[in-house]
Design a protein around this ligand. Structure first.
Ligand code: IMP
Ligand code: MG
Length: 180
């Protein structure tokens, strides 16, 4: 299907699943090379709900030992960032003294990942890396380096592969963009 309607908006196909999977193949190969042979075990942090599919896809390709934790964060209402980052569910484990890799679906303004990075350092993490499926470079306004990016996209609202429009559209295997 090339179009989907969720609530009051229609979305058209933007990134077919094959493109997303090929991007994730490349990104996972890079991460495997970086972490190969390292002797401490990193913690993956899946930022719920949006990053659930991307985190699972990365984990299937990563071949070094890691632990998995989650946190639930939200800042979007409809198709806009509210600028306020809420944490409806806190970290599911202890990160003190540990290296951490954050898995995020999309980095937009950067408010979410920067807030999470600060939280992790305040809880004693020794090193925090950011891995995101998508980045909107035209909107991102923070000095923090985004260590792993599978794909950069223009500033448009998208759904699918975990990403939602008011909770709908997360289960699409392709990514769709708002049709305006
Ligand atoms: P940021 O805090 O502005 O970087 O926004 C990041 C969060 O907003 C992501 O974790 C997503 O949940 C959500 N988000 C940003 N852009 C989109 C989009 O185009 N579609 C759906 N959710 C988005
Ligand atoms: Mg999210």
């Amino acid at each position: 299907m090339d179009k989907h309607t969720f609530h009051d908006k229609t979305f058209r196909l933007f990134l077919p699943n094959e493109t997303i999977e090929a991007d994730i193949d490349r990104l996972a190969a890079r991460m495997n090379a970086d972490y190969e042979g390292s002797d401490d075990i990193p913690i993956f942090i899946c930022v719920l709900n949006g990053a659930i599919m991307f985190t699972a896809s990365m984990m299937k390709r990563l071949n070094f030992t890691a632990e998995l934790m989650s946190i639930k964060m939200s800042s979007y209402q409809g198709t806009n960032s509210t600028g306020t980052v809420l944490i409806p569910m806190g970290l599911t484990g202890d990160v003190s003294g540990r290296r951490v890799i954050i898995f995020e679906d999309i980095v937009d303004t950067g408010n979410t990942i920067v807030a999470l990075k600060e939280l992790l350092y305040s809880k004693g993490a020794t090193d925090v890396r950011i891995c995101t499926m998508l980045l909107k470079p035209d909107v991102y306004c923070k000095p923090d380096k985004i260590d792993y990016v599978a794909r950069e996209i223009p500033n448009a609202f998208i759904v699918g592969y975990g990403l939602d429009y008011d909770e709908h559209g997360r289960n699409l295997k392709d990514i769709y963009v708002i049709d305006e």
